[in-house]
Design a protein around this ligand. Structure first.
Ligand code: NDP
Length: 290
């Protein structure tokens, strides 16, 4: 039976520590770190993520601003809002919740955020600096994944790590962070042949795919550290016979936890750590700007 890596508890203890740090920063610099979050439209999932981010900011005691724009906002109007936040000395971090409506070019929007305030670490300069091994803002989900692996006490150095998924926001950056910590890293994707064999050789397995329970127990090396990034909503039979919606990861948790050494749950794993790392990145941007 594996040990559960409790992302919720780890997040809570990190956010508790941040409360004290933020109070100290306010004494030292005369103001608190401030995170600005922009949401465009009414996508329910995006609204829920944004609520979580603002709630976390309030918990830590940092300042936050929520800028809500209508679905039909023009690209230049959004860019104007970002330009205002870039120039605002009281704002340290700017996050534009993705995805954006189709008429807005996400790349143009990401490029327009001042790289010193790019708390998501998505700006091309931050991405380039990550791959060059230079100082940068590390994207929140990959940063949280590393913190969770490190929380187990399992050494990353020399281990075989397999990352399933090669997106710019999770798969690729987490692979780079594992490489930086001297793991031998394989990135698997939809065209990988014999994924089960590749995955089953991993001492550290990160699943960032978006396919419910696709990582089955036979794909896991006994004792491996398994990080489940996936957030998938599925319908399951409810208590009264009707179907209810349930959140599951990319890993078949019940079966996998019989084999893995350590495993993250969904919900309560990578999700809360992503938000907590956003708070850390906001503090880092604040300090960089002093
Ligand atoms: P993307 O859709 O951008 O990438 C998915 C990746 O999975 C792609 O590289 C794709 O391969 C690969 N893939 C798809 N099908 C298979 C398959 N059958 N076998 C192997 N690989 C496959 O997703 P994201 O990286 O943005 O997100 C992944 C999941 O993580 C989602 O469920 C998302 O909701 C969740 N997520 C959770 C976060 C959190 O905070 N907990 C944060 C961000 C994401 P290819 O490149 O070949 O198409």
């Amino acid at each position: 039976m594996s040990t559960i890596i409790d992302g919720k508890a780890l997040s809570l203890s990190l956010k508790e520590q941040m409360k004290g740090r933020i109070a100290d920063l306010e004494k030292q610099y005369g103001r608190k770190p401030c995170l600005a979050v922009i949401i465009v439209g009414d996508n329910p999932a995006s609204r829920s993520y944004v609520r979580g981010k603002i709630k976390a900011a309030e918990f830590t005691g940092m300042d936050s601003r929520l800028i809500e724009l209508p679905e039909y906002v023009k690209e230049f109007e959004l860019l104007d809002v970002i330009a205002g936040l870039n120039a605002d000395k009281a704002v340290d971090g700017i996050l534009v919740q993705l995805p954006l409506p189709h008429h807005i070019d996400e790349d143009v929007v990401i490029d327009s955020i001042a790289k010193e305030k790019d708390v998501d670490g998505f700006h091309p300069m931050n991405v380039a600096n990550l791959w060059l091994g230079r100082k940068c803002i590390v994207p929140c989900t990959p940063k949280g994944i590393i913190a969770m692996i490190e929380s187990t006490g399992v050494e990353i150095k020399g281990k075989k790590a397999v990352v399933i998924g090669r997106s710019n926001i999770v798969g690729k950056p987490v692979a780079k962070l594992l490489l930086d910590r001297n793991a031998t890293v394989t990135i698997a994707h939809s065209r990988t042949q014999d994924l089960a064999k590749v995955a089953s050789e991993a001492d550290i397995l990160v699943a960032a795919v978006g396919r419910p329970k696709m990582v089955t127990a036979d794909m896991i090396k006994p004792g491996a550290v398994v990080i489940d990034v996936g957030i998938n909503r599925i319908m399951v039979p409810g208590p009264d016979g009707t179907e209810v919606s349930k959140l599951v990861g990319d890993v078949d948790f019940d079966a996998a936890s019989e084999v893995a050494g350590y495993i993250t749950p969904v919900p309560g794993g990578v999700g809360p750590m992503t938000i907590t790392m956003l708070m850390e990145n906001t503090i880092e941007c604040f300090l960089n700007r002093q």
